[in-house]
Design a protein around this ligand. Structure first.
Ligand SMILES: *Cc1c(COP(=O)(O)O)cnc(C)c1O
Length: 341
């Protein structure tokens, strides 16, 4: 921890601040170049880039953690690399090899080591890799050139003074179509979610829940996070659908629930009219890891989980265990942590 910037780690919030260096690699004529670190945090691209007009772009989000033993750890970065390949395949963009992705993330993190928040601060270094279609083009077709870029920025602890319960409302909008792009991490899904989120926020909710686009009877996503519920007989349940983004946090919780805590786990339909089956529920994703859900309103009906204001015991246990793995306090399953000095 020799090289740490002197920032107010507890209060930096979730916002972007410029760091020392960013990683950029160009794809042209069928191949990625070596890639390199650059000081500037701007890109100069053709105005006719497909990323700007046709949404040909995808991104990832992961974190670097300062671990208890002083090393830096990346949590399941290979899973982000593979998911980004899925996104690239879906949008006809060239895939970034897993090794290149991981080496690039390490390079970007090491170049910004002083911005990796200290162990115990609750803050982390957020890492944002992305691929965009660039180059001169006007037709509706994939771009002639691509950029793979990574920037990092320190983000504060998500929860100050304990986890807080979120308040949700079912949206009348869909974020993705059945067999559309819901299962890949592309910007278009996010642009489509701004209005529903804004409408929910105006009514005093933290975020909105999206139902399955075909029948509007089943829960799909919570804003930009996956949904899970803990049934009254302690089963970890999460929706299964071709338009849900496969969250790495969700997959990790499935694994931990089953292998560490011996719970039964189910990936299946979760009906909005059958919330009575759950004692607890949460939203999961890299940013907050878990946001426990206090209530979920659907039209005139408001359903309350746990006590609405207190985090449920199973949710708390899963959260503590996963954070423990990320920070090096709890033993990680094989291959989950890439550790470096
Ligand atoms: C990124 C994302 C998630 C969370 O995925 P993690 O890998 O856990 O960070 C969930 N839903 C959507 C729509 C997302 O884009």
């Amino acid at each position: 921890m020799s090289n740490t910037a002197n920032l107010d780690w507890g209060n930096i919030g979730f916002s972007y601040s410029k760091t020392n260096a960013n990683y950029v690699s160009f794809w042209k004529d069928g191949a990625w170049d070596e890639g390199k670190l650059v000081k500037e945090n701007t890109l100069t691209i053709s105005m006719s880039s497909t990323a700007i007009h046709y949404g040909q772009q995808c991104f990832e989000g992961l974190k670097a953690y300062r671990r208890k033993n002083g090393t830096i750890g990346l949590f399941r970065a290979d899973q982000n690399a593979k998911r980004m390949q899925e996104s690239c395949r879906r949008l006809l963009m060239p895939e970034v090899p897993v090794e290149k992705f991981i080496e690039a993330v390490k390079l970007a993190v090491k170049a910004n080591e002083e911005f990796v928040p200290p162990y115990g601060s609750g803050a982390t270094l957020y890492i944002r890799p992305f691929v965009i279609g660039v180059g001169d083009n006007i037709s509706v077709r994939p771009a002639p050139e691509y950029i793979f870029c990574i920037f990092v920025t320190p983000v504060g602890p998500y929860y100050k003074g304990g986890m807080s319960m979120i308040k949700l409302v079912v949206s009348e909008y869909d974020r993705a179509a059945p067999y559309g792009t819901g299962a890949v991490k592309v910007g278009g899904n996010y642009a489509a979610s701004f209005l529903p989120h804004e409408l929910a926020a105006q009514e005093g909710y933290t975020d909105c829940v999206y139902l399955d686009p075909k029948t509007h009877t089943k829960i799909e996503e919570v804003g930009a996070a996956n949904f899970f519920g803990i049934t009254k007989d302690n089963v970890f349940v999460t929706p299964m659908s071709p338009s849900v983004l496969p969250s790495i946090t969700k997959n990790s919780l499935l694994y931990i629930s089953e292998k560490v805590f011996g719970m039964q786990v189910e990936e299946r339909d979760v009906y909005i009219n059958n919330l009575e089956e759950f004692a607890e529920a949460g939203a999961c994703g890299t940013a907050a890891v878990i946001s426990p859900i206090g209530s979920l309103t659907n039209g005139k009906k408001k359903f309350i989980f746990n006590s609405e204001t207190e985090v449920g015991p199973v949710t708390k246990t899963l959260y503590d265990h996963l954070i423990g793995i990320q920070c090096g306090e709890v033993e990680a399953p094989e291959g989950w942590i890439i550790e470096f000095e």
